[in-house]
Ligand binder design. Structure first.
Ligand SMILES: Nc1ncnc2c1ncn2[C@@H]1O[C@H](COP(=O)(O)OP(=O)(O)OP(=O)(O)O)[C@@H](O)[C@H]1O
Ligand SMILES: [Mg+2]
Length: 76
């Protein structure tokens, strides 16, 4: 359930790594995030820092290795 003071989206401890051959790239290392309805949120960082990986994780497009995402009251 959500109300006007609770976040519309909450992420806790999001972790995601990619393995290419023997190289493991830890992209998300325990991301905590609260987004509130009506707020304007910017996601900034250099190329390769994990912006798209974070968006994929919090939108449910890509399953994180660890962590939880609650979006609009639903546990993704
Ligand atoms: N499917 C994948 N397989 C292997 N490595 C990946 C994959 N997706 C992302 N990565 C790696 O994860 C890291 C973060 O990539 P990501 O695309 O999230 O960065 P970004 O901040 O969105 O970059 P950009 O500003 O260029 O869009 C990079 O090192 C990238 O090479
Ligand atoms: Mg990107």
């Amino acid at each position: 359930m959500t109300d006007q003071t609770s976040p519309i989206l909450t992420a806790r401890g999001l972790a995601k790594s990619f393995t290419t051959g023997q190289i493991v790239t830890k992209v998300l290392k325990g991301v905590d995030l609260d987004l509130y309805a009506g707020e304007f949120t910017l996601l900034m960082g250099p190329s390769g820092s994990g912006k798209s990986t974070l968006l994929a994780g919090i939108s449910g497009l890509q399953k994180p290795d660890a962590g939880t995402v609650i979006a609009n009251g639903y546990n993704l």
